[in-house]
Design a protein around this ligand. Structure first.
Ligand SMILES: NC(=O)c1ccc[n+]([C@@H]2O[C@H](COP(=O)([O-])OP(=O)(O)OC[C@H]3O[C@@H](n4cnc5c(N)ncnc54)[C@H](OP(=O)(O)O)[C@@H]3O)[C@@H](O)[C@H]2O)c1
Length: 286
């Protein structure tokens, strides 16, 4: 019998790729629901949907990822990361499904001078990180059969950091970009493939997955320079700026150097780890 998989938040940049990848799997039936068809904040609707579909696996691709907006609009939007995860975990627990969801490096404070491993202590320093931490806590308290994949800045879905840089440089605008906020930028196609690999082995607990940017990561400025170079755009329009001087329109604490260790994942699936520059090149040149 085909393995039934329910994808929530199916219109997210990640959800669209996850759906395509899952549909290529043999013996798999995919039901992919955008927010308009399943609001994960609606607990009775989540329970009813899971009861009706009876998925073996639930993959949650919904989330609220705007770190700056998160600092201003707390309760409403951020509950997608906390209460949304909790609703799915309750349904997964009741109907014996395996729940896979995504989290972020923002659960850490960025003060460790080495990459963070999965078991390191949480220490979120802004509202977004706190909401991701809250979601993780609720899921791990309610379920044994869960997979949480923490990642870093995602691109590949259209309206992302790569396209913001390209849009600005194409029209000749200066683009301020942080030169001291370190990232391991990650192509959503690679993250989706990592999730499919882990979930097909019923991996449980927390895993980190990013494209490989070494132990120190790269700055957003370095990333933007390579985006410009690969897109034949004028990198001199990029304005390197300390993150504390960026105009976020709200006071915001950021984890300057939170890089996720991907060694636990690499041990299981070495072929699915690739350097960030290679992933970005393939994405831009495709
Ligand atoms: N983006 C990143 O850099 C990043 C980094 C680390 C982890 N993550 C995690 O990776 C996952 C996917 O991120 P993404 O960047 O692909 O997301 P995204 O493109 O920003 O999309 C978020 C999606 O969540 C949906 N959504 C919002 N509220 C919902 C609700 N109440 N019920 C159901 N769906 C709802 C939205 O629906 P509409 O389309 O209807 O608005 C949207 O499609 C998220 O869990 C995120 O937390 C992202």
């Amino acid at each position: 019998m085909a393995r039934k998989i329910l994808v929530t938040g199916a219109c997210s940049q990640l959800g669209r790729v996850v759906e395509v990848l899952l549909k290529l799997q043999e013996d798999t039936e995919v039901v992919a629901l955008p927010q308009a068809e399943l609001d994960i904040l609606d607990a009775p609707a989540v329970l009813a949907t899971v009861e009706e579909i009876k998925p073996a696996v639930i993959i949650n691709c919904a989330g609220f990822n705007d770190v700056i907006a998160a600092e201003k609009r707390l309760a409403t939007k951020l509950s997608i990361n906390t209460r949304g995860g909790c609703n799915l975990a309750q349904a997964a627990s009741q109907f014996k499904a395996y729940l896979c969801t995504f989290s972020s490096k923002f659960v850490f404070n960025g003060k460790k001078d080495q990459p963070y491993i999965e078991d390191d202590d949480f220490w979120p320093i802004n509202q977004y990180g706190t909401s991701m931490h809250g979601g993780e806590e609720m899921i791990s308290n309610l379920l044994d059969n869960y997979l949480i994949i923490r990642s870093d800045l995602l691109y590949g879905g259209g309206n992302d950091f790569v396209s913001q840089i390209q849009r600005a440089l194409k029209v000749g605008d200066q683009f301020a970009v942080s030169d001291d906020f370190m990232i391991a930028p990650t192509y959503i196609g690679d993250l989706a493939a990592a999730m499919v690999a882990l979930s097909s082995k019923w991996a449980a607990g927390v895993y980190h997955y990013t494209n490989d940017a070494g132990d120190d990561g790269i700055s957003c400025y370095e990333f933007a320079q390579v985006v410009a170079e690969l897109s034949d755009l004028d990198a001199s329009l990029l304005k390197p700026t300390p993150i504390n001087d960026m105009d976020f329109d709200t006071p915001l604490s950021m984890p300057h150097r939170a890089i996720l260790s991907i060694e636990k994942f690499r041990e299981m699936f070495p072929a699915l780890v690739r350097p960030w520059r290679e992933a970005l090149t393939v994405y831009i040149e495709k």
